[in-house]
Write a protein that binds this ligand. Structure first.
Ligand code: GUN
Length: 284
């Protein structure tokens, strides 16, 4: 193995301890950071995610509210709850867990969250702020990937070529914008890319965010590259695995994130960072 691991659990512990300190300082000034997590329906994966988010809030000393609703909730009822949370001074961040039941338009719900409380960074105003370099909330998963790069001394990416595989609104596109803001030269690859391997072989940094196993294999990787694996899949034995062929790529890459224990814990950590930031902004 040539690659060094970037340990998302260790980095998360460090960043969460910093957030907890900031929470203590803000509480001394009379404001407790507050996050509302809204879950509609009984998607089993979502139940685990929201439980982890609420637990992380409690551990950081935040006020957290979990609102669980039956899958039969109407869109109008959910919009009314979002409006109430927008106007609740004890709540600084609002997270509506996706996916929502099919009869509810997730885009409409997200657009009705106040951009001042959009700690997921999914609102069009947040995406636009990232695009033009204004203050807004950054989407948690790509933000966590940037913190992982920073942790290995890669903050200014001038002269580096970053290849992002995947173009989703919640990872691929904001990831590319954050890498660009850090001065990287950025290529976005996707299902319409003619020769993915030709692109990734030129990359100093590869971020794989497709949701498919073995998207990046050792022969596609430049020796010494930094490989960030956002994927969360199951292999044939039912074991959690990423988008990267970890066993092969770790022999070629300079740095690699494991799955589990890589990007996963960073997503919740950055949710705490964003909620902390929202509370500090609200407190003035
Ligand atoms: N569903 C899966 N991941 C996420 C996330 O980061 N935020 C929200 N709101 N829903 C999700």
């Amino acid at each position: 193995m040539t690659a060094q691991l970037i340990d998302g659990n260790a980095l998360s512990r460090q960043l969460r301890a910093e957030v907890a300190q900031r929470a203590t300082a803000l509480k001394a000034r009379g404001t407790t950071p507050g996050l509302a997590v809204v879950l509609v329906g009984d998607n089993p994966a979502s139940q685990v995610y929201v439980r982890n988010k609420v637990k992380a809030c409690e551990d950081a000393g935040f006020h957290s509210v979990l609102e669980k609703y039956d899958a039969s909730m109407t869109e109008a009822e959910l919009l009314a709850r979002v409006e109430a949370l927008n106007n609740d001074p004890d709540i600084h961040g609002i997270l509506v867990q996706l996916p929502l039941p099919a009869h509810i338009d997730d885009h409409k719900v997200i657009e009705n969250i106040s951009p001042l409380k959009d700690v997921d960074g999914f609102h069009v105003a947040s995406a636009g702020a990232l695009m033009v370099g204004e203050v807004g909330f950054k989407a948690c998963t790509p933000y966590g990937c940037m913190k992982m790069l920073e942790s290995i001394g890669m903050k200014d990416l001038r002269g580096k070529h970053a290849v992002v595989i995947g173009r989703s609104n919640i990872v691929g596109k904001p990831m590319a914008m954050m890498l660009l803001a850090a001065n990287a030269t950025v290529t976005i690859c996707h299902s319409g890319t003619a020769d993915l391997a030709a692109m990734t072989r030129q990359a100093d940094i590869v971020v794989a965010a497709v949701g498919k196993r073995n998207v990046l294999t050792a022969d596609m990787c430049k020796p010494g590259a930094v490989v960030i694996d956002v994927g969360m899949n199951r292999n044939d034995e039912g074991k959690l695995c990423g988008d990267v062929d970890f066993d092969g790529v770790k022999e070629v890459a300079g740095f690699i994130t494991p799955v589990p224990g890589g990007v996963g814990p960073m997503t919740i950590t950055m949710l705490l960072v964003n909620t902390m930031e929202a509370a500090e902004r609200a407190a003035g």
